[in-house]
Write a protein that binds this ligand. Structure first.
Ligand code: FES
Ligand code: FES
Length: 166
């Protein structure tokens, strides 16, 4: 199997890796960079458990080759928190009991994070639309949607306070 040298940014850190041409981005993150927060559910592009952001857009990392990430900027769930401090979105998932087994949670968080970055004040419909590719077997989605709404309110308030210089 041919290998390729790729350079990319993962969670703000520059990485240079030799990867086989058939290695997926999901395999590279989990096996080469030990970023096991990104989950392997179906490996078929159907469950969304492997969702990461590539240049700010959610992608199923099981469906993207590592070589396709050459030169790109990748954000995984490990990149959402600052050290031990969870992001407001992660806090909202905890507070609203939006996590049960947790297997879908990293992918849900990444899709929701991308939504809030481009639309800080989404409607319930917009939240549902953003999460349509992320399947959850446990929660029934209601608490997840509530958590994203709550995080949106908090993020908007924090941005407004920033603007006022508080
Ligand atoms: S593991 Fe990638 S979509 Fe299910
Ligand atoms: S919390 Fe278990 S699959 Fe979503």
């Amino acid at each position: 199997m041919a290998t390729h040298t790729i350079t990319l940014t993962v969670n703000g850190a520059k990485e240079r890796l030799d990867v086989p041409s058939n290695m997926t981005l999901l395999q590279m993150l989990r096996e080469r960079l030990a970023l096991t927060g990104t989950k392997n559910g179906c490996e078929a592009g159907e469950c969304g458990a492997c969702t990461v952001l590539v240049d700010g857009e959610p992608v199923n990392s099981c469906m993207m080759l590592a070589v396709e990430a050459d030169g790109r900027d990748v954000l995984t769930v490990e990149g959402l928190s600052e050290g031990d401090r969870l992001s407001p979105l992660q806090e909202a998932f905890v507070e609203h009991n939006a996590v049960q087994c947790g297997f879908c949670t990293p992918g849900m968080l990444m899709s929701a994070h991308a939504l809030l970055e481009r639309n800080p004040d989404p409607t319930e419909e917009e939240i549902k639309e953003a999460l349509v590719g992320n399947l959850c077997r446990c929660t029934g989605y209601v608490r997840i949607i509530e958590a994203v709404s709550a995080a949106a309110v908090e993020t908007a308030a924090a941005r407004a306070a920033d603007k006022r210089g508080e």
